[in-house]
Design a protein. Sequence first.
Length: 171
Amino acid sequence: MLGAAGRRILGLGLGKRAPGAVTAAASRGYHERVVDHYENPRNVGSFDKSDPSVGTGLVGAPACGDVMKLQIKVDDDTGKIVDACFKTFGCGSAIASSSVATEWVKGKHMEDVLSIKNTEIAKHLSLPPVKLHCSMLAEDAIKAAVKDYKAKNSKATGKAETVQTDKVENT
């Protein structure tokens, strides 16, 4: 983590933004949306994972060390996601991808959020090719959170449901 002096030198936010901070950061390869979601992440936090209305997705990328926890809170009657939060240990692109993902899932039905693709997140944030894995983590975290919610609630109701993840495991 950068201290206040380091953040000031790099032109990163300390409450009020220095003139040209976004353009300075953007010129280093990050789009202003990445900088905004990194400096002002939305929906940071966590829910009680034992709450039956909460689904938790925990995913990681061993190659870079990024770890992302994304949680959804679902209205059991409507199936709509009423709240979402995240905690991410990783680079600015991973934090921004998590933040965007939580914004995009709120208010949507669980089945609808399964169609959110990493390419949409990457395009929205203008992520460079070397950072695409960050948006992939966000997509995987959304799917894992929905899967966790369904698994918890299938135990409670006795119904079994599956979630298609479109992920191929290497063995």
